[in-house]
Design a binder for this molecule. Structure first.
Ligand code: ZN
Length: 649
């Protein structure tokens, strides 16, 4: 089973599709599996909501294209049909006709006449026509939206100086201008309210007959049909919860969907935050606001996940030994924390992705978003291990290591230990690194100003780098042997010195804090390494060569001590010097070389996931006795099946 699993699937346009594995799902109890299954149904039922939110014409376009796609009888390799197929696959991927990341409208590579002719061949009943609408009328309305690049060109426009509402194609507003929206919501706000609801999060703002009105997304409101099905599956889920708190959470969400009351959404969020004991968790609702240029409206999304007990065991071991790590860290003893508590990071497996989380998805979750809830109650944060794992596995065969790693021996080291070490380094960084050390009593936490983030990330990374090579790690069973860490040392140096440059445009400097921190560490180390680490040229290509891993560890220790000193003493001058000297600038010749080598690999810049197909197995009494997971469904089949099963709007 494990060996035959294919992490990467088809590729088209700028997209690579992957699959994720539900590790350990087979070991869950039937009740837990059933809970996952019901929540998964609720996750898929909102798909049309997201598509409609991302553009007024999206659903009509998708349905028409699907009808043409399924009915097409001629030679399917015909160029125009192939182009239509790719266009439709992109529409599925983006929940609409705009790029999921860049927000620009897709330019179709098939002709208007081709689509027109194919639509004419279809029975009107196969098309998403309104009452009395003819096929020609349909084409007249839809074609400019598909084919004219000037019509509704961008989903979310954030260009300063333009009316962001009028120039954005997202379907959150109708016949209102930006000023009206801002005035409307300013009127809702009450400066004295210490628990302000997220005004506007679950509604569309419409002007009718000169009057502005908020139409709520709820049962008996907008998106009624989809929301009722979500609620139906949530009610089923409530019958198989793991504990009372989960039942409370689900009931509050149902109440919120039925009433649209934002106070209930906040109540739900707080109870969701407090539910920590169950193995299964989910998100379902109008959550992130990136799809709205004004950041008010929540895009619908769903995800179901369960705790990965194996991976969480790893973070627990680290956490339990937090004091040992702190006491033995290579920093000045004055800067050590006398009593340290590690943070247990929950690692989860995604079981189903939906709405704005599908197929393109986040690999970590940190919610809720409301500032006042975060300040008073904190937030729940998880990393989604099986998605990261799929990204890692896919990258094993994409030629990247063959291009950038110096030799076969190092490459096989990385093949062998790379994923394990990456996970462990992340855990050490998150569970211990950020929480280690302390500031001198009089030091202002913001003393390092704009350099603070880079120094802080460097501190956490160095803590992880130092300890990943410690015999204690092998003793605790976190790595299998004393060579494993070398793969992390090599990839870290390679990334900091060479490969992370692929993510920067030629001519630009390094700006993002994590990238700066990696450059800082790698460049400082190589400059002080006296030959332990070198940059060498082979066949006109630049590689990192590590001659002495032991010496490298000592360099990490020395730098950690200095970075901790800068942080603990709030030494702004030293922070500025070290960041400006090592972390910002890029060698133009090297940058040009790296970008050319990367381009040659021809990798897809964006990735997304095909969901597993969950199939319930029923016993004689009609009850679910198992949920089978099928990983073989193709992307197109899945999308068409969803349009059929969950085509609710
Ligand atoms: Zn960090």
């Amino acid at each position: 089973m494990q060996q035959s699993f294919n992490y990467s699937d088809e590729r088209f346009a700028d997209l690579q599709l992957l699959r994720y594995r539900l590790n350990g799902f087979e070991n869950l109890s039937t009740q837990k599996k059933t809970l996952v299954f019901y929540l998964a149904k609720a996750t898929l039922a909102g798909r049309d909501i997201t598509t409609d939110q991302f553009g007024k014409y999206n659903l009509r376009i998708r349905k028409a294209l699907e009808a043409v796609y399924c009915a097409y009888k001629d030679f399917r390799d015909q160029d125009e049909f192939k182009s239509l197929e790719i266009y439709l696959k992109r529409v599925w991927f983006s929940n609409g006709i705009y790029h999921h990341y860049g927000c620009d409208k897709f330019a179709p590579k098939f002709s208007e006449s081709f689509l027109y002719n194919e639509i004419q061949k279809l029975e009107p009943s196969m098309l998403p026509l309104r009452d009395g609408e003819t096929r020609d009328e349909f084409c007249e309305e839809i074609f400019p939206v598909i084919f004219n690049p000037d019509v509704l060109p961008k989903r979310v426009n954030k260009d300063d100086g333009e009316d962001l509402i009028m120039t954005s194609a997202c379907n959150f507003y109708e016949d209102v201008i930006q000023e009206e929206v801002e005035t409307y919501y300013a009127g809702k706000k009450n400066a004295l309210d210490t628990e302000p609801p997220s005004w506007g999060l679950n509604s569309k703002l419409i002007k009718r007959d000169g009057k502005i009105e908020e139409v709520i997304w709820k049962s008996n409101g907008l998106y009624n049909n989809a929301i009722n099905v979500i609620v139906y599956w949530l009610r089923k889920a409530k019958t198989v919860v793991e504990n009372n708190q989960q039942g409370k959470v689900i009931q509050l969400l149902i109440d919120y969907y039925c009433t649209g009351d934002l106070k209930l959404f906040d109540e739900y969020s707080i109870e969701w935050l407090n539910e920590q004991d169950g193995q299964i968790d989910f998100i379902n609702g109008f959550i992130e606001v990136y799809g709205d240029p004004l950041g008010l409206k929540g895009s619908w999304e769903g995800i179901v996940e369960y705790k990965d007990m194996e991976a969480t065991k790893r973070t627990q071991i680290i956490c339990e030994n937090a004091q040992w790590f702190e006491d033995n860290s290579p920093i000045d003893q004055h800067f050590r924390k006398p009593v340290v508590k590690g943070v247990t990071a929950n690692v989860v497996c995604a079981a189903m992705l939906g709405g704005d989380e599908y197929p393109s998805t986040a690999i970590g979750i940190n919610l809720p978003n409301a500032d006042w809830i975060r300040a008073r109650y904190g937030s729940k944060s998880v990393t989604i291990g099986n998605l990261t794992d799929a990204y890692n596995k896919e990258s094993h065969n994409n030629g990247f290591k063959e291009e950038f790693v110096i030799d076969n021996a190092t490459r096989s080291l990385i093949e062998h230990y790379g994923d394990l070490c990456d996970d462990l380094h992340t855990d050490l960084h998150e569970c211990l690194g950020h929480g280690s050390g302390h500031l001198m009593p009089s030091v202002n936490p913001d003393a390092l100003k704009a350099y603070g983030n880079t120094i802080e990330e460097a501190r956490a990374d160095l803590f992880g780098l130092y300890y990943i090579a410690d015999p204690k790690i092998v003793e605790l069973g976190l790595l299998p042997d004393n060579d494993a860490y070398k793969s992390q040392y090599y990839t870290y140096m390679m990334n900091g010195l060479v490969t992370q440059l692929t993510r920067i445009k030629l001519g630009n400097k390094i700006e993002e804090a994590h990238m700066r921190n990696r450059a800082l560490i790698a460049k400082w180390v190589i400059e002080h390494s006296k030959g332990a680490v070198l940059m060498v040229k082979r066949n006109n290509k630049t590689y990192v060569l590590i001659n002495n891993y032991n010496a490298l560890r000592q360099l990490f220790a020395t730098l950690l001590a200095e970075i901790q000193r800068i942080k603990s003493e709030g030494d702004f001058t030293a922070a500025r010097q070290i960041v400006e000297r090592y972390a910002v600038n890029v060698d133009t010749d090297l940058h040009r070389e790296v970008i050319a080598r990367y381009k040659h690999l021809d990798l897809a810049p964006f990735k997304g996931f095909i969901n597993p197909w969950m199939k319930p197995v029923y016993g004689d009494d009609g009850k679910i006795i198992d949920i089978e997971i099928d990983y073989t469904e193709s992307y197109s089949h899945q999308m068409l099946r969803y349009s059929n099963e969950y085509g609710l709007l």
